[in-house]
Ligand binder design. Sequence first.
Ligand SMILES: *[C@@H]1O[C@H](CO)[C@@H](O)[C@H](O)[C@H]1NC(C)=O
Ligand SMILES: *[C@@H]1O[C@H](CO)[C@@H](O)[C@H](O)[C@H]1NC(C)=O
Ligand SMILES: *[C@@H]1O[C@H](CO)[C@@H](O)[C@H](O)[C@H]1NC(C)=O
Ligand SMILES: [Zn+2]
Length: 973
Amino acid sequence: QSCPATKAGKLNVHLVPHTHDDVGWLKTVDQYFYGSRNEIQHAGVQYILDSVVSQLQSDPTKRFIYVEIAFFYRWWRMQTDQIKQTVKQLVNEAPFKGRLEFINGGWCMNDEASTHYNSIIDQMTLGFQFLQYNFGDCGRPRVAWHIDPFGHSREHASLFAQMGFDGFFFGRLDYQDKRAREMQKEMEQLWRGSVNLEPPFADLFTGVLPNGYNPPSSLCWDGSCSDPPIMDDKDLEDYNVDQIVKYFISIAHAQAGVYRTNHIIMTMGSDFQYENANLWYKNMDKLIKHVNAQQSNGSNVNVLYSTPSCYLSELNKANLTWSVKTDDFFPYADGPHQFWTGYFTSRPALKRYERMSNNFLQVCNQLEVLAGSKSREGPFGKADSFTLKEAMAVAQHHDAVSGTEKQHVADDYAKRLAAGWSRCQVLVSNALASLSGIKQNVHFCNYLNVSACRLTEAASNFTVVLYNPLPRRVTWNVRLPMNGTSYTVTDPKGKTVPNKVMQVSAFTKQVRQDKGSAVNELVFQAAAPALGFSTYSVSRLTEDSLWRRLAQRAQKTQLGDSLQLQNEYYKVTFDSDTGLVSQIENLHKGINLPITQNFYWYNASIGDAKSSQASGAYIFRPDSFNPLLISKTAKTYVVKTRIIKKKKKKKKKKKWQDNVVNISNSDRLAGTPSYLSTAPCRDRWGKEIISRFKTPLQTNATFYTDANGREILQRRRDYRATWKLEQTEPVAGNYYPVNSRIYIKDGKQQLTVLTDRSQGGSSIMDGSFELMLHRRLLYDDHRGVDEPLSEPGDYNVGLVVRGKHILFLDTVDASADLHRPQAQQEFMSPQIVLSTGQQYPYWMGLKSVKEFSALAEELPRNVHLLTLAQWDAKSVLIRLEHQFEKGESTNYSQPVTVDLMKLFSHFMVTSLVEMSLGANEKKDAMKRMAWRVTEDQEPVEPRFSSGRESISAITLKPMEIRTFLATIQYLYS
Ligand SMILES: *[C@@H]1O[C@H](CO)[C@@H](O)[C@H](O)[C@H]1NC(C)=O
Ligand SMILES: *[C@@H]1O[C@H](CO)[C@@H](O)[C@H](O)[C@H]1NC(C)=O
Ligand SMILES: *[C@@H]1O[C@H](CO)[C@@H](O)[C@H](O)[C@H]1NC(C)=O
Ligand SMILES: [Zn+2]
């Protein structure tokens, strides 16, 4: 409503004053905020906001947009009430209204390749919540703005559309794509974000910005630039108005030549600019004055201060028919041989920690709701979920989880997450104390991945609480580091459950070094009810008699004639010469597939005759099409217990790859190969390590990858859907982000791998696919980070990364039935909390509670409880998600109805309002711009029917997420 006036019949140039403030990159987020460590990069966000606010007060025509709420929140907390009042006026009150506009409005401008949808939604919601609380409806961003992320995901467009954005602008796309779009005037079009949601619900108007996010060349007037200012006094030397006006009018016309309306946008600003806003505004004032003065001489160029949403609104009014895009903007190349596909894998440990932190944050959020205020203040002290929410939101930034930051900044992201974990660990302890009666010595083992945990090693008895955040019962193999050789484990009902003690592998010992000393691992299978926990007791048996030791010890045999692992569902066969997997058979489906898996490394290019581009944190560039095999053979032995069958492959030659294939009795997976990967760099080669699976499947250059953990996109080797690709990198140019899964299939069989973090992946040859596990490089790739990606790790021998790939072989029709729920179980896996000492009855009568579920009944297999979190003092945020796509499962791709009234047994939902995905607007109040996509059809405005259907019948269609704010009443005091 408060957009500036434009002139019909003129070419209107919308100048958008903006700053791009990275939430950590070369400096940490707080260093950027204060402007410390300016010797690394001159940047101080607090001064930017100070300076801009005072400029905006003085002039009604000036505009500014602000994007990154992580910074704005830091600044806001330090302002006086008077300044806060002024800022509110600039956003919301006549005559100042609209001078400051929030755009995008997430906590950060998140990466789109390595981020998981759960965390994208959370980080956007956190920013929105701040804006809504402080600025009301006028603070609600209308336009999404990802001017710097390195490629754009279709799923992300869909999420933005569901958040209610009217449009989306970005800066980076493949250089060939941009050239083609300029020629075809397709810089702006409608992006169809989903093949599941009915148009126009996931449609998002999307514009490519003309100059990335920078000003046109020679027109940068920030203190950090060296372009000449506008010198407009004829009595002084160097008068340059005529020259600048002429130049500006010519570039405006050139730009208008590749866009479709008589409105064009120019981003006036860049990284951390506007520290002294007067420089920019003074020169833009003059530019506007002098260029517009030419109108009296017949110029049709009209320049004005504007914002992306005011520009968008003019495009909408233009009433044109726009073309529709249905694929995505990956991978991104900014020139020949320059594919930004390395960052899909860069910093694999940070990527895993970020994913685990999401898991723990969801547990923390859920328990905060289940135990209410007792979780925030209880026997273990004061706690909060905000610290981890904030750290997770910061970690979504496009130089955070992406792995493209300096090492000290990566360390800072991890430190923030760790601080969030400790606050949430107190919260979880308080909540479990309240719900179960555990009162003493709660302990979290943060080093289970290297079999280290002081408590389980030393204690002779303890309890294991297994909390399950999923809305369905799970069984889980609990593995705990131990020093004894013989234990009894009892389930919540006091029944003994089978357990095994196995030796900690030599490789684990080598990796953990001084982090632990356990010699054994106790393994047992535990079950935990939906959205709840169960408690198992473990006691060490007095020093074992010989017979018991013999009975308990796992059999360890060389893999001789029995070259197979088998459970009810699968048979995995190993090659007797190489020790590698040679065949997988799905016994239920009667299908089998010869398969080999092995580790290879690409030798990182350091630049060559074709291009000086080296592989680096952003860019993947192998020096050859053929990766090198790390080891041809594996020494294999089998550890068979009643619980786990395990095959270990020991690489003979090089010690830097290790592989363990697990197959559990109950698993419907063809095994969960774990890998351990380090990339020694003492020689002179940078290494990019992959795991490659080869099969005889006829795949016709086609493979499939997920987008942000949700919808699957089909990929074709050496092909782009919207332009004729000139491929310059046959490997790197075919890499795509894999957030949770990759698969290949023929007409009948499908081989799927689930990953435990984001990785780059591809299918370089038919029948095969590969995932990049780790990278260690010797050179910088010249995209600004100015450090080679060479993570030394704690012991300075190269960071070691341990991970897991879950492999499925099934029919094409039935594969989603397995990989959809299993993927949710991986990112929402049960959490183990340990406790020594008695369990005291804490509140629930006399008995302690050993098994608890907050649900009256489990949710159907196709429904995911995406969010259950405290929203404010009064209400709770609930998101339900249909986790299947249309047509991917006979059983589960159907609409499903959930009764929220009857869902929870622990509390009652007393009122419910349906919200937009970001929870900043009631769903029935949502309004989005309508865009015409076919000539003869009026544009359809998305109609958001309210959540007026009763809370006892909430229907979810495939891939639909529905968001609610609820008030609840606990059923127990
Ligand atoms: C928009 O354009 C269509 C023709 O493409 C025309 O029928 C319609 O009246 C126009 N609407 C407005 C509001 O100008
Ligand atoms: C476990 O055993 C190892 C090796 O014997 C020993 O070094 C370590 O101190 C023991 N740990 C505990 C907690 O007793
Ligand atoms: C558990 O261990 C503690 C000390 O480690 C001991 O005092 C207690 O009796 C043990 N309880 C049982 C049931 O074994
Ligand atoms: Zn950036």
